[in-house]
Ligand binder design. Structure first.
Ligand code: NAD
Length: 248
């Protein structure tokens, strides 16, 4: 699986799956533009061969437009940024909902609007280009307790992905959605630490994974690289579940 000669932009690349993807794509030969709202986190990628970092808040339309104007056309884009709201519909304020929709969905719409023209140019000249959107098994795939805003917005990501795939399939621009299971990342550790009983919270997260363990970021990166590479050139509009069997 090679990403040689491909320029790939990744959002939320400061930590977790975004950071691991930046490293994996660079190791596969891509020129990676790793972006995150948090410049300090991006410093962890400084000096990694094949990776250039840019601060980008995906909720800011002006920042997205400025970055798109400044970058070469992309061969691949991984929209990874997202936020987990914890609670039922009874706990969900309008502000929480608006924030989740903005970060989890509207940001991807804006990123696609800004970068699809360049992706289409590369698809035309190179024969393929790819978008990967971060969804979740908690989406239209399956309901989970305390994940109202999260599940609804990640379901919207799947709908957005299929619509974009349909619009550009004849132009060789593919668009797929990744649906991970429970992945051990800094934000998951934060959710565990902020639970009333963190030890039990960790057990509960592990218990919902039939393989009896959390996923690591390295369980995700081979699929991410594959979906951004020409190895998946006949795959588009799909929700790819890497969930350790939760949705069997
Ligand atoms: P994380 O949540 O630990 O890190 C998120 C990163 O996003 C941070 O570096 C943060 O600075 C950045 N970020 C936050 N707001 C941003 C903004 N406005 N603009 C740009 N960057 C911003 O990483 P993770 O757990 O790997 O999650 C990444 C994605 O994967 C999210 O969309 C999440 O919903 C999704 N996901 C996570 C899991 C899991 O179990 N961890 C499972 C399924 C899906």
């Amino acid at each position: 699986m090679t990403l040689t000669n491909k320029t790939i932009l990744i959002t939320a690349a400061g930590q977790g799956m975004g950071a691991a993807s930046a490293r994996a794509c660079a190791a596969a030969g891509a020129s990676v533009i790793a972006t995150d709202v948090n410049g300090d986190l991006l410093d962890n990628l400084a000096g990694v061969a094949g990776i250039e970092t840019r601060v980008l808040d995906v909720t800011k339309a002006d920042q997205i437009a400025a970055l798109a104007a400044d970058l070469p056309d992309l061969d691949g884009m991984f929209n990874c940024a997202g936020v987990v709201h914890h609670g039922t519909v009874l706990d969900l304020t309008d502000d929480d909902w608006d924030f989740a929709v903005n970060l989890n969905v509207t940001s991807m719409v804006r990123m696609c609007r800004a970068f699809v023209p360049g992706l289409l140019r590369r698809a035309d000249s190179q024969g393929s280009a790819a978008i990967l959107n971060m969804a979740s098994m908690a989406s239209s795939e399956k309901g989970f307790v305390n994940r109202t805003a999260y599940g609804a917005t990640k379901a919207a990501v799947i709908g957005l992905t299929k619509a974009i795939a349909a619009d550009f399939v004849a132009q060789n621009l593919r668009c797929n959605a990744l649906c991970p299971g429970t992945v051990d990342t800094p934000s998951l550790q934060g959710r565990i630490a902020s639970a009333p009983d963190p030890v039990q919270a960790e057990k509960d997260f592990i218990a919902r994974q039939p393989m009896g363990r959390l996923a690591t970021v390295d369980d995700m990166t081979p699929t991410i690289v594959h979906l951004l590479s020409d190895g998946s050139r006949f795959v588009t509009g799909q929700t790819v579940l890497v969930d350790g069997g939760v949705t069997i």
